[in-house]
Design a protein. Structure first.
Length: 330
């Protein structure tokens, strides 16, 4: 008998009348809101307009969901298209199954489309949203907890995950909570990117590349612990190979980008300085300038104006005095 463990929810869906409220979907939605909120704060801090991140996310999020589902269905096609399976289940996103690799790839395509329509450079946008994406993944992984899926090898550690469902070939027992490991790892990745961005002034897509490289590092060893069915290449799970390849690409980009385009973009969005909501700093500077002008006008008015007639009389008196003095000396 286990004295300590992480319990699984008895069910992953609640019904509000006829409307199903699924824990997996809630985790995805909350993660998206966090990513957009944090991305907007970072974008404005870099000199962009408020609302730009949300406008581009309108394109990025749907593309990401489609890409994540496509990657999952393609790499696990036997779950939907093998004998005895129903291909309609491939569209049931709420039951779980979003591949992060496809979500990032197709989500980036959607973000690129939105960025072009908005007139924004894609690398700068990617840097702004990178830590928010990591935090969104951390929240989204709890959707796997609601569905009792994607756990690791059996264990008797105090933080073991208690699986109670026997659906889909599951065997009830105590397993490594790989969803929790990845969630905590993603939180660490998000804070790492924020710290490195402040410390080294990352720009031109390097903050996003750091996020990708750091995530892949954790995903490789966490993926290796999982016991769910997966395709293997040379005895290694497909997602481990994917993590290795993407990690190498991200590190290569980091190195080459730092050499070719060091520093950070001076301007991330055209016309952002003309936006009345772009920040309080510009408004404060304008107010100070108005106060200085007002003080100067008051000082000028306070000075006594010279009377032309008085000036002429003073000059005449001075002339007479000079003549008298000259006569005495002569």
């Amino acid at each position: 008998m286990e004295l300590a463990y992480i319990p699984s929810p008895s069910r992953g869906v609640l019904y509000l009348g006829p409307i199903p409220l699924r824990g997996y979907a809630f985790c995805i939605i909350i993660g998206v809101f966090v990513a957009v909120w944090l991305g907007n704060k970072r974008w404005v801090a870099r000199g962009g307009r408020p609302g730009t991140v949300a406008d581009i996310a309108v394109w990025a999020v749907p593309f990401g969901l489609v890409g994540g589902r496509l990657y999952h269905v393609i790499t696990d096609y036997e779950l939907y298209f093998s004998p005895g399976r129903n291909w309609v289940d491939a569209f049931k996103v709420w039951e779980g199954g979003l591949g992060i690799w496809g979500a990032i790839a197709l989500g980036a395509l959607g973000a690129w489309i939105g960025a072009r329509r908005r007139g924004v450079a894609m690398p700068a946008y990617a840097d702004a949203v990178a830590p928010g994406i990591a935090f969104a993944q951390a929240i989204g992984r709890w959707g796997n907890w609601f569905n009792q899926e994607l756990y690791g090898h059996e264990t008797h550690l105090p933080w073991a995950l208690h699986i109670t469902s026997s659906e889909g070939g599951r065997v009830p027992g105590y397993y490594h909570p790989t969803f929790l490991y990845e969630s905590l790892w993603c939180v660490g990745v998000g804070f790492l990117v924020i710290w490195a961005d402040r410390r080294f002034k990352l720009g031109h897509g390097r903050a996003f590349a750091l996020y990708v490289a750091a995530y892949c590092t954790g995903r490789a060893w966490i993926e290796y612990m999982r016991v769910d069915d997966a395709h293997h290449i040379l005895g290694v799970r497909l997602n481990v190979w994917t993590a290795i390849v993407v990690f190498l690409l991200a590190v290569t980009y980091l190195v080459l980008s730092a050499r070719r385009r060091p520093g950070r973009e001076a301007l991330v969005e055209q016309g952002a300085s003309d936006d009345p909501d772009a920040g309080d700093g510009e408004a404060e500077s304008t107010d100070r300038a108005k106060v200085d002008v007002t003080k100067a006008e008051k000082a000028e008015k306070a000075e006594p104006e010279a009377d032309p007639e008085s000036a002429t009389e003073a000059e005449a008196e001075a002339g007479v005095k000079d003549t008298a003095d000259s006569g005495k000396k002569g």
